[in-house]
Design a protein. Structure first.
Length: 99
């Protein structure tokens, strides 16, 4: 995690320290609002994401009524190993929904 993130999270979440961060971060969930997302949503993730849980992407794609999930096996955060493919997928998605 970049050095600036930990102190920023501690200050922003009013955490008692680094050990208190997981508890504070867990209170940030917006999952109860996913069903309220009315716009088309493209969720792109790597199945081996080391920064965020793949479950978060799956939950968002399942709960948001107009979501589409693109999950890349054997890829990490933002599926950078498949950037060319998801870039084309994103372009098609935007053309379809913004036309």
């Amino acid at each position: 995690m970049p050095e600036v993130m930990v102190p920023t999270l501690i200050r922003t979440l009013a955490a008692m320290g680094i050990a208190d961060l997981p508890r504070k971060i867990s209170t940030l969930s917006l999952r109860h609002r996913y069903r309220d997302i009315e716009i088309p949503l493209l969720v792109v993730s790597g199945a081996d994401d080391t920064l965020t849980s793949t479950c978060d992407s799956l939950e968002l794609a399942v709960d948001a009524p107009n979501a589409q999930l693109v999950l890349y096996a054997d890829d990490d955060h933002c599926a950078m190993g498949h950037a060319e493919h998801w870039s084309a997928t994103s372009t098609r998605f935007l053309r379809e929904h913004l036309a």
